[in-house]
Design a protein around this ligand. Structure first.
Ligand code: PSU
Ligand code: MN
Length: 335
């Protein structure tokens, strides 16, 4: 049957340990060793809904213990909606798919001492047995490797302002062009150049969908002023699109706007974003340090760990509801 074939496939390619096992699993990891938690393994083998979650938001997105609490709450939402959460990170050199509570807390406590791991960083972190949070690009890679179809994040990276000269374009966008997984986000933050981000996604062949709106959402605002190439209105419609898209070997971005009750405070944050952008440019902060700098400055400018981060959390949770609904709808289609 399908389930047996999927399980055999997982066992053939990956070293699977039980999620209750303490520590990093294999003492002598070889290239290709990946740890998949028991409940994620079971769900994948049975074709049940699984939702991947990234972990840079845990390591670099907010301080301990808020990051730990948020990570657990997002997982709970995914479970309540009928899917199995698979938070992905690299711990002591082992890519882990589905973290135990103890592993989640370990990463949360490492905070910004953890590595920020994009595609280009994976080999080095594994080779040096490092630990870190995976960005959207690295999370997509591991999730897709084990057959997860839906992935929830807060905001994805994009083309930075002045990216046309600095060439600072997040590897999240090229990953979306080459890895067949659906990413659910609240659009992209206006710390980025949103029109160019959409242009680049088109170049990469990414299917971009706005959910229940024809405008592409700008994370803290419902609208970016850019039209999305297409609109879908239900989890079932999103699942049907995913079902049709799998063979293209490229990704799908589903952008769901900030809920109305939060959009007023979203407007306040836009002015803090402008200030943070000016400062980053004055201080010459570039490369992979730029996104964490901007996000933490916006957080401080809007009242330190209050307004910005509570909105950030509300939006990740909102995305988690939709992601789980899509994963469940997809599991029914694929039955
Ligand atoms: N944007 C956010 N929140 C985030 C990130 C981006 O609003 O947490 C994180 C994600 O992990 C994303 C990464 O994949 O930053 C992109 O970093 P860069 O811009 O360096 O590619
Ligand atoms: Mn960059």
């Amino acid at each position: 049957s399908n389930a047996l074939a999927r399980l055999a496939n997982l066992h053939r390619h990956f070293h699977i340990t039980k999620s209750s096992t303490k520590g990093g699993g294999n003492d002598n990891p070889s290239v290709g060793t990946i740890k998949i938690s028991q409940d994620v393994t079971t769900a994948l083998a049975n074709g049940k809904a699984v939702v991947a979650l990234e972990s840079t938001i845990i390591s670099h997105g907010m301080p301990y213990p808020q990051n730990f609490e948020t990570a657990k709450e997002v997982e709970t939402i995914v479970r309540e909606k009928g899917a199995i959460p698979a938070t992905i990170a690299i711990l002591e050199g082992i890519p882990c798919i589905g973290l135990s509570t103890e592993e989640l807390e370990r990463l949360a406590k490492l905070g910004t001492n953890a590595r920020k791991i994009a595609r280009r960083d994976i080999a080095h972190v594994v080779a040096t047995r490092g630990s870190g949070g995976t960005t959207v690009s690295a999370t997509m890679i591991f999730a897709s490797m084990v057959g997860i179809s839906v992935f929830v994040t807060g905001g994805i990276g994009g083309v930075h302002k002045h990216g046309e000269s600095t060439m600072d374009i997040s590897s999240d966008l090229t990953e979306l062009g080459r890895t067949p997984i659906t990413v659910v986000s609240a659009g992209v933050k206006s710390i980025l150049d949103i029109p160019r981000t959409l242009e680049y996604l088109e170049t990469q062949g990414v299917s971009v969908v706005s959910y229940q709106t024809d405008d592409f959402p700008a994370f803290f605002s419902e609208k970016s002023g850019c039209k999305a190439p297409c609109q879908l209105d239900s989890p079932e419609d999103c699942a049907r699109l995913i079902g049709k898209k799998l063979d293209l070997k490229s990704g799908i971005l589903i952008a769901t706007p900030i809920p109305k009750e939060h959009s007023v405070s979203g407007n306040i944050i836009e002015s803090a974003i402008q200030t943070a952008l000016r400062e980053a440019s004055d201080k010459d902060i570039t490369g992979s340090a730029e996104t964490p700098y901007l996000l933490s400055r916006v957080n401080e400018l809007t009242g330190g760990a209050s307004l910005e981060s509570s909105l950030d959390i509300a939006l990740v949770k909102n995305n988690a509801v939709l992601g789980a609904q899509i994963a469940v709808a997809l599991s029914h289609i694929q039955d």
